[in-house]
Design a binder for this molecule. Sequence first.
Ligand SMILES: Nc1ncnc2c1ncn2[C@@H]1O[C@H](COP(=O)(O)OP(=O)(O)OP(=O)(O)O)[C@@H](O)[C@H]1O
Ligand SMILES: [Mg+2]
Length: 225
Amino acid sequence: MIEVKEVSLRYRDGTLALNNINLTVGDNELVYITGPSGSGKTSLLKLIIGMEYPTSGTVKVMGQEISEEKSDELRSLRKKIGPVFQELKLVPGRSAMENVMMGIRFLDFSGQEIRRNAADALEKVGLSHKADSMVENLSWGEAQRVSIARAIARKPRLILADEPTGNLDHDNAVNILNILASFKQKDTSVIIATHATHLIENQKNVTIVRMNQGSISVEKRGGKE
Ligand SMILES: Nc1ncnc2c1ncn2[C@@H]1O[C@H](COP(=O)(O)OP(=O)(O)OP(=O)(O)O)[C@@H](O)[C@H]1O
Ligand SMILES: [Mg+2]
């Protein structure tokens, strides 16, 4: 699914955000990216989705190389990725259902599929009863679940979530991580960047990527889930 080889990322102002990292993610993997603020978690996710390009080294996602010259191909790659952003990026004045539908309208779905995928996705995150609520009237945890529904309604092969448990209390944070983790399937991987290391300590069958000042160490944990 993902091959990151000897990748460094230096931003225009000279900040070295990623320092010669290597990472391989298979087709059926749950990956947690942890590490202190500023260690490079978001930068790594941005590379994977093609919002940044490596300064050196290579990044391949589903066989597609992430580079500036390949921007046309990146557009079709992004159709196969479901992003969950920290700042949610929901559209106010629209309902939960409308937000999810808007998130998938430029994919290759028919009008009927858009409606069905959106309704299914809201059901999967336990929000069918809020489908017609304006997003500004939802609690933060509910809004977070709408943004997850919008990602999964794309039927992505890769789900990327950046700090999805942000402002949530313990129980809601566990719930969000469990919902995201449940989308790991035969050919679908899930990558979650999170500060909440205490919530993932005992998880099995996961990959833990620990970041520190742009470097990473990778632990592939086996065992029964
Ligand atoms: N667009 C940018 N231009 C310059 N430097 C940047 C840019 N984006 C991030 N950085 C820097 O790159 C480093 C890594 O940032 P990044 O956002 O990847 O960290 P993070 O691990 O996601 O942190 P947090 O936990 O606070 O979200 C930091 O030093 C940050 O200041
Ligand atoms: Mg970040």
